[in-house]
Design a protein around this ligand. Structure first.
Ligand code: SAM
Length: 302
């Protein structure tokens, strides 16, 4: 089981390990545009919080690891002083949030760290409770490397990077145990070595659709990678072959089905519903269609 101790050990290496990865940030800043406040669950050292704060959002960062948060606190102190950033040290499987948010982000495979059905459901239910009407949830899910590149499974790989001016040698290997990926990392610095085991559960698109629907979300849409142009609904036979991002909406019961999309920045053309499809568009993604039958909304409600 992953514990806060896993993340405590990881915290000292996290920023150096992740390096300057920022390929996902434009997606989050575009989805959050016009929405406030925002919560990021599993915010770590603040990699995603920073550009959102820079764009002027009010943001809450939640993390189970006090060590991760203390790094975020140091880096983002000016936003805390300005009242734009709140950091909360809590385990989101068991604790609800003190506010209501317009958008919740769960980035960089954080959801995959939840291993049991029960904790995954509790996590999604807590997010549903923490969102305001028409609030948007965005989750980034991984496709394990032993599945995309089976030849790498259970093989040690090594790399070096720098932490606080000192060189760190990292040896790591991964393997699948059913749907759980085990990653063993050994960080070697000077004469010391630290071993970290991380377990992450693979969930494919079909499973995420089921879990989100069960938690009360609607308008579930997927995109592969971090491109913003291929949001689509899930088709019944769609396979998962890469990492993906899923977004879903908490919708008021009484609302029109398309309100959910409009509230997350899409403009809709309601007159096209005669064929059971709505045409949606937004500035980033261009135009695409949503099949109401797939959403369970066709024939259109009176
Ligand atoms: C891979 S890191 C992602 C950090 C950051 N979001 C980013 O993109 O750089 C996963 C983070 O999720 C946190 N985390 C894992 N389980 C959690 C839980 N149940 N509640 C709150 N935070 C959790 C970990 O402490 C860790 O900081």
């Amino acid at each position: 089981m992953n514990s806060s101790e896993t993340y405590a050990k990881f915290a000292q290496y996290y920023d150096a390990y992740v390096g300057d990865f920022n390929g996902d940030l434009p997606l989050y800043t575009s989805l959050c545009h016009g929405r406030d406040p925002i919560v990021e669950i599993g915010c770590g050292t603040g990699r995603v919080l920073e550009p959102l704060l820079g764009a002027g959002h009010g943001v809450t960062g939640v993390d189970i690891s006090a060590d991760m948060l203390s790094i975020a606190e140091r880096k983002l102190a000016r936003y805390i002083n300005d009242g734009k950033l709140t950091l909360l040290n809590l385990d989101f499987r068991c604790a609800a949030l003190p506010g209501l948010y317009a958008c919740a982000l769960v980035t960089f495979y954080t959801f995959n760290y939840l291993l049991d059905d029960a904790e995954q459901s509790a996590f999604l239910n807590n997010i549903h409770t923490a969102l305001a009407d028409n609030g948007l949830l965005v989750l980034d899910l991984f496709y394990p490397r032993p599945m995309s590149r089976p030849e790498t499974a259970d093989r040690w790989e090594q790399t070096t990077f720098t932490v606080a001016g000192g060189e760190v040698l990292l040896r790591q290997k991964r393997r699948m145990m059913d749907d759980i990926e085990e990653r063993i990392q050994v960080y070697i610095q000077g004469g010391n070595s630290e071993e970290i085991q991380t377990l992450r559960r693979y969930s494919d698109k079909q499973r995420m659709h089921t879990l989100l629907t069960k938690a009360g979300f609607t308008g579930v849409m997927f995109t592969d990678g971090y491109g913003t142009s291929h949001w689509h609904e899930l088709s019944v036979d769609e396979a998962t072959t890469s990492s993906f991002v899923v977004m879903a909406v908490k919708r008021r019961n009484s609302a029109h089905p398309l309100d959910a999309y409009e509230s997350v920045g899409f403009s809709t053309h309601r007159n096209l519903h005669a064929h059971g499809r709505w045409t949606l568009s937004n500035a980033i993604n261009g135009q695409f269609q949503v099949d109401l039958a797939v959403l369970g909304l066709w024939p259109a409600p009176g």
